[in-house]
Design a protein around this ligand. Sequence first.
Ligand SMILES: N[C@@H](CCC(=O)N[C@@H](CS)C(=O)NCC(=O)O)C(=O)O
Length: 208
Amino acid sequence: MKLYDAPGTPNPLRVRLFLAEKGVDVTIIRCDTSKNEHQTPEFLQKNPSGKVPVLELDDGRCLGESVAICRYIEGIYPSPNLFGNDPFELAYIEMRHRQIELELWTQIETSWDNGPLVTRVKPADQIPAAKRASDANVKRYYARLDEEFSVAEYVAGEKFTVADITLLVGINFATSMVDLKPDDAHVNLWRWHTLVSNRPSVRQCLGQ
Ligand SMILES: N[C@@H](CCC(=O)N[C@@H](CS)C(=O)NCC(=O)O)C(=O)O
């Protein structure tokens, strides 16, 4: 299998972390998005959205969307389980994962789209008030996570799941690219961050 990646971008990193947790090797194809390599007619055949990551199977079939790719990987490499086993666990992890994506990642994206660094990689028509609102939403969400991690070890409870991967990538991106580092006072959130950052898969992918 081949994974189309763009170094430094968060969604392909989610998939690389997921693969590392599973111990699955794929061939990494690096796309230079600054040269629009993800917009060529050949690439758009693989993913009409013109986005990375894309997983290309050995028979040429392609999957876009990080979570869809991770679900495929989980299907063919079920262990360790990262999406849940029984109906309740599957739904609970899905709920927690969607909350991280819909309530935190979307706000980080709004802050990125309306912040200073994005203009180095693409032209942006920015709305400062949108950034102020999304910055505040991110900070509120960090406070919520800090409370949640006072009683739960991981995002979905007692075990590490795909939701932890999405949260880690989101927080690291927000910290390094959007200037939205969680407050030092959020000790429970930082306890979780240290725990997951020390996983072998994370150290391997982030080169620590
Ligand atoms: N919902 C998609 C989002 C993919 C996405 O936004 N990828 C970014 C990199 S993190 C990308 O390809 N950006 C280049 C562009 O939009 O031109 C997923 O989960 O895979």
